[in-house]
Design a binder for this molecule. Structure first.
Ligand SMILES: CC(C)[C@H](C(=O)O)[C@@H](O)C(=O)O
Ligand code: SF4
Length: 471
């Protein structure tokens, strides 16, 4: 009898070129490398300096997302780049893709968008693959049962040149989530709750496998939201075993296998689940029914509480400092805190169902006076789909701005930032000091909480609106 293996071990073993030794990490074959304009320029410079080619250009896919303006070009076709550096990064990737023969979804492509949105959308992200990108939220692709690592710029160069990655074997952490999520509670609340439970270092050195009936009941978009934030718990990657939901979502996508190849692929994908009796290095159990709509109140994603809670007393000097930065007092109710800006977007929550959720509350209503709301679709495809069902009209009629796809206000590299001191309720994944602009305070939340907040002008519970509708 063979030893039972976890999903992670199966993918790891299938890609092992050389095992780890005392003196060297393992060598792992990489099926797909994703590129964006921020972490690729030096990698290509390195290749040029050494006279190297890209080993497998057909296994590399590039897009523009971080530095791209979300306002359309002017009458002369000029794009409103925030800085010369942003424009240069874009130009560099355009040049590098041409020179090295890599498929780039740049300006004009119907599939340009946030790298972690377009990979799945194209069917380039598939179960059992190893995927890397010079970006920490590469963990998103684990939603498909792909082993996906965020890597550094030096490693981007290594993978371009060799199609292999040096890697110490991670440990495994199983997070079992069982039970039904309550109304108004979604995947974002789930993952914020998990990070609150295990802490921002709770997954350090691990590949997290999310398991249990709650996870199985999630849509692919919701699974991506969960896996996306694995990195915020310190994990190397997140994983969810592929199932019928995964296969149905992928079928017919541009890069998905077709015909007999599809059937063969699905037959293999069905083997990609942890065996009965497989051992994890650690396990955590979460009761889905106990999860509330959750938001952060500090300056890392582990400082999180139910929306109805009061600001907890700080545990130590760091948390004290975080509360000072956030201008929140222990004991103060989180709901009702005045908000300046609401951002719906990012690789965590910018897919069609996220936008539908936000729109469901905004339909026929107006956002609060003086509040600014930005809605930024994750990709050109998401934008098109959303516009086909009129979501852009809902957002505009409510007083929100409907923008071009990209990372936008998630980290503001393109100039979409708040003003010092402003409080932004954001559907993104990081609430670090200054991430959305110098002195800007970030509260992470779900699309529903973001929409309810935009209407109220202060942190608000979406269930209050649902109650109004029912009444
Ligand atoms: C710019 C990039 C390197 C960075 C990352 O790796 O995560 C960004 O995507 C982020 O979310 O902070
Ligand atoms: S949307 Fe935000 S988290 Fe995601 S890749 Fe872009 S900057 Fe990073």
């Amino acid at each position: 009898m063979t030893t039972p293996r976890t999903l992670f071990e199966k993918i790891w073993d299938a890609h092992l070129v050389a095992p780890e030794s005392a003196s060297a990490p393992a060598v792992l074959y990489v099926d797909l490398q994703l590129l964006h304009e921020v972490t690729s320029p030096q990698a290509f410079d390195e290749l040029r300096a050494r006279g190297l080619k890209v080993r497998r250009p057909d296994r590399v896919l590039a897009t523009l997302d971080h530095s791209t303006p979300t306002l359309p070009p002017d009458a002369a076709g000029r794009r409103p780049y925030a800085t010369a550096e942003a424009e240069q990064q874009v130009a560099a990737l355009e040049r590098n893709a041409r020179e090295f023969g890599i498929e780039l979804h740049g300006w004009g492509s119907a599939h340009r968008g946030i790298v972690h949105v377009i990979g799945p959308e194209l069917g380039a992200t598939r179960p059992g693959m190893t995927i890397v990108c010079g970006d920490s939220h590469t963990s998103t692709h684990g939603a498909f049962g792909a082993l996906a690592f965020g890597i550094g710029t030096t490693e981007v160069g290594h993978v371009l040149a060799t199609q292999c990655l040096l890697q110490r074997k991670p440990k495994t952490l199983a997070i079992h989530v069982e039970g039904r999520l309550r109304p108004g509670v979604g995947a974002k609340d789930l993952i914020l709750h998990v990070i609150g439970r295990i802490g921002v270092n709770g997954g350090t050195g691990c590949v997290v496998e999310y398991r249990g009936d709650t996870i199985q009941a999630l849509s692919m978009e919701e699974r991506m939201t969960v896996c996306n934030m694995s990195i915020e718990a310190g994990a190397r990657a997140g994983l969810i075993a592929p199932d019928e939901t995964t296969f149905a979502w992928l079928k017919g996508r541009e890069r998905a296998p077709q015909g007999a190849d599809w059937d063969r692929a699905v037959a293999y994908w069905r083997t990609l689940r942890s065996d009965e009796g497989a051992r994890y290095d650690a396990q955590v159990r979460i009761d889905a029914a106990a999860i509330e709509p959750s938001i952060t109140y500090g300056t890392h994603p582990g400082m999180v509480a139910p929306i109805g809670a009061r600001v907890p007393a700080p545990a130590g000097a760091q948390e004290r400092r975080a509360l000072d930065y956030m201008r929140l007092e222990p004991g103060q109710a989180l709901a009702g805190t005045p908000v300046d800006v609401v951002f719906v977007g990012s690789c965590t929550n910018s897919r069609l169902p996220d936008l539908r959720e936000a729109a469901s509350l905004l339909r026929g209503r107006r956002i609060a006076d003086g509040l600014r709301m930005l809605v930024v679709p994750g990709s050109e495809q998401v934008k098109l789909d959303a516009e086909r069902e009129g979501l852009h009209e809902v957002f505009r009629a409510a007083g929100a701005e409907w923008r071009e796809p990209g990372c936008s206000m998630c980290l503001g590299m393109n100039g979409d930032i708040g003003r010092p001191g402003q409080l932004i309720v954001s559907t993104s994944n990081r609430n670090f000091e200054g991430r959305q602009g110098p002195g800007v305070r970030t509260v992470l939340a779900s699309p529903l909480v973001a929409a309810a907040t935009a209407l109220a002008g202060c942190i608000a519970d979406p269930r209050d609106y649902a109650a109004q509708e029912a009444a």
